[in-house]
Design a protein around this ligand. Structure first.
Ligand code: PBG
Length: 327
């Protein structure tokens, strides 16, 4: 059966019909908003390379989190930004450090907002690498001990889920063991399973002061040329106890999201990263694109590829767009 009997355009005739036959939907329930927390008080420091994003002190962070919650966004992921750095990144697992403090305050003041804690060393190491350096090489097995210590500190502070983004091998297993052995059986693990060595992280590193001082992250983050390796990482993380697996970045990796979704029985998250955000903001500021439509189309495409959850700096924009969507 083909033309003139089949006319796919019939199902596109009107807005209600198009809505009804849509294969993918996008709701605010799927979104996680990343937030940067820093030292001090009454700080709301604009991040130049990420228009609309700020570094917050704990007090202003709470105000922001209340707004996020009131928009219906289910959760946030917290990143620490601090000048307290050393060779080992020990500030990452300071129970009185900025992230632990922020988590405690969030769970007290906005208890129904899910709090995920990013777990990595790069914001806390003087050299900016995601782990402990020996002769220029990030030591895997030593690093995962620090990663597990940090995860436990964030769990103690009340994080609902911890999200290791360091890309060391075996870290999900040691985190799970550390949590279970200390009474945190119900703290979840969102693993940045397939995290690529990507130039799209540029604005984030600017925001978090976490660029490597020498070299790059290619000996731990994945090669953008690889796809099967993403499945290897994902399947291993699930076996080690990951509750949610993640692909990062999102837009240049929609094929990876689709492939992972086919093989994963746990929910799949995708991280719509800083560079993907800033490119849209810059083009919109120049009047070159319709910002709202582009945001909607991008997030929808990440969902269509197979992501159940999207971490995105557009979460607040999207919540507003979705409420009044008239296109
Ligand atoms: C920390 C981390 C990074 C991002 C999330 N966690 C940066 C990196 O790996 O260099 C990137 C987030 C973004 O670009 O939005 N390891």
């Amino acid at each position: 059966m083909s033309f003139p009997l089949t006319r796919p355009r019939r199902n596109r005739l009107s807005n209600p019909l198009r809505r009804m036959v849509a294969e993918t939907d996008l709701t605010v329930d799927r979104l996680i908003y990343p937030l940067f927390v820093t030292d001090g008080q009454n700080v709301k420091d604009p991040i130049k390379s990420m228009p609309g994003c700020f570094r917050f002190s704990v007090d202003t962070l709470i105000e922001e989190a209340k707004e996020v919650y009131s928009l219906g966004i289910p959760g946030v992921i917290i990143f620490g930004v601090t000048d307290i750095k050393d060779e080992y990144g020990s500030e990452a697992y300071n129970g009185e450090g900025i992230v632990a403090k922020a988590i405690r305050a969030l769970k007290k003041e906005v208890p129904e907002l899910l709090v995920w804690a990013d777990v990595c060393m790069c914001e806390y190491t003087s050299h900016g690498h995601c782990g402990i350096l020996h002769d220029g090489y990030v030591d895997n097995d030593e690093t995962i001990i620090s990663i597990a210590k940090s995860a436990l500190v964030y769990a103690r502070a009340g994080a609902d889920m911890v999200a290791p983004s360091d890309m060391m091998d075996g870290r999900v297993k040691v985190i799970r063991e550390a949590l279970d052995n200390n009474g945190f059986k119900n703290t979840g693990i969102v693993s940045y399973s397939a995290k690529y060595a990507s130039a799209f992280y540029g604005p984030f590193r600017d925001a978090a002061g976490s660029s490597p001082q020498s070299g790059d992250r290619k000996s731990y983050q994945m090669n953008p040329a690889n796809s099967n390796e993403a499945l290897l990482e994902v399947l291993e993380d699930i076996e080690e106890g990951a509750d949610i697996v993640m692909v990062k970045p999102a837009l240049s990796y929609l094929d990876i999201i689709a492939k992972v979704k086919q093989r994963s029985l746990v929910p799949v998250a995708a991280y719509n990263v800083s560079g993907e955000y800033s490119m849209v903001k810059a083009a919109a500021q120049n009047g070159w694109i319709d910002e709202q439509k582009v945001i909607y189309e991008m997030l929808l495409s990440i969902r269509r590829a197979g992501a159940d959850i999207i971490l995105t700096y557009f979460a607040k924009d999207a919540a507003i767009i979705l409420k009044k969507r008239n296109f």
